[in-house]
Design a binder for this molecule. Structure first.
Ligand SMILES: [Zn+2]
Length: 334
């Protein structure tokens, strides 16, 4: 019974020390290096690091949590009454007043390339519930300087803002950017502003600023193009004019990064007919949603999504008029 022996010995050593110092003194004791730094939160209020790994053939996939914001449920879906939206949320035990907009990026190590899909909200000023991706990358042991390719599914702020560090420089100093050509064409032409819903117009200036330090390192790709060996673009227009998802395959092991094909699947997967406020062309977005979810359901293929509940991977099942998200099983073994 080695465990009992160890714990008894541990207790025998710890008890007199605690008695001699007194417990408050032990709690106050801090290494000198930590002096002047902000006090860490009490251990009981800290969450586990937000990264999760699984294998896809010989590839390693890591999902990286960027936090969550809340916003009113009222107004989030444009074509359904509030009570109907709340009913769908309640079916998944989600609150009906505040919608939890949750963010998680996907990173794939193919062995030849380290590919990050979308970059999160980026550095924030002061305490924030978002912009956690850098810390979670560090916790996962991933140096941003090692990322070779960053794939942007589309140019909404929650996907491109993390391209910059707090000083406005490249957060990923050695990365090539891969962007959907239709998305690039649209948001780099301010002549399109008048055709753009008012709330999305800041994306023109924002995208210009986020891409500026990467000039000369941006590759535009079209439908079906190979990003790197094993990763292909699939056009999924509607959410934005060039929104694109990605098929990732190592031999017969396949998955799809669905990006913003749906918002939270508990709501927008169950109800693909819900038109959410972030969809640029809601009718096209719905058609794309149904087409892609039909495919991954039929193929029983693993998926990740940017607004999926952490750790943001699992499967899609066709159910009733919509689709049900089945989270992948958590495993201690990668
Ligand atoms: Zn998004």
């Amino acid at each position: 019974m080695a465990i009992r022996f160890l714990s008894r010995r541990g207790a025998a050593i710890a008890a007199p020390t605690a008695l001699a110092l007194g417990l408050p003194a032990l709690l106050r004791a801090r290494p000198a290096a930590a002096q002047g730094a902000a006090a860490p939160p009490p251990a009981s209020s800290a969450q586990a690091p937000g990264f999760y790994r699984f294998k896809l053939g010989t590839f390693t996939v890591t999902t990286l949590h960027d936090g969550a914001r809340t916003m009113p449920v009222q107004g989030f879906v444009r074509n359904a009454p509030l009570e109907e939206v709340q009913r769908e949320l309640a079916a998944s035990f989600l609150p009906g007043d505040q919608y939890r907009n949750i963010y998680t990026a996907t990173l794939v190590d193919t062995g030849r390339a380290l590919v990050l899909f979308d970059t999160g909200n980026g550095p924030q000023q002061g305490p924030s519930p978002v912009g956690l991706m850098r810390a979670n990358m560090a916790a996962a042991g991933i140096d941003p300087a090692r990322v070779t390719v960053i794939v942007l599914s589309h140019f909404h702020g929650d996907h491109v803002n993390g391209l910059l560090d707090a000083e406005g420089g490249r957060a990923f100093p050695n990365a090539e950017l891969v962007v959907p050509e239709a998305e690039w064409r649209f948001w780099t032409d301010t002549g399109n502003e008048t055709r753009t819903p008012e709330r999305q117009r800041p994306n023109f200036a924002n995208a210009a600023r986020r891409f500026a330090p990467y000039q000369g390192r941006i590759r535009q790709i079209g439908d079906g193009a190979e990003v790197v060996l094993g990763i292909r673009a699939v056009s999924a227009f509607g959410h934005t004019p060039g929104h694109t998802v990605f098929r990732i395959a190592d031999g017969s092991a396949q998955m799809t990064y669905l990006a913003d094909t749906t918002h939270r699947p508990e709501m927008n997967g169950r109800r693909p007919d819900f038109h959410i406020i972030f969809d640029f062309d809601p009718v096209a977005a719905e058609a794309t949603r149904r087409r892609l979810l039909d495919q991954v359901a039929a193929d029983r293929m693993r998926v990740t999504g940017f607004h999926y509940p952490f750790p943001s991977n699992g499967y899609i099942v066709k159910e009733g008029q919509g689709y049900r998200f089945v989270p992948g099983e958590w495993s201690a073994e990668v």
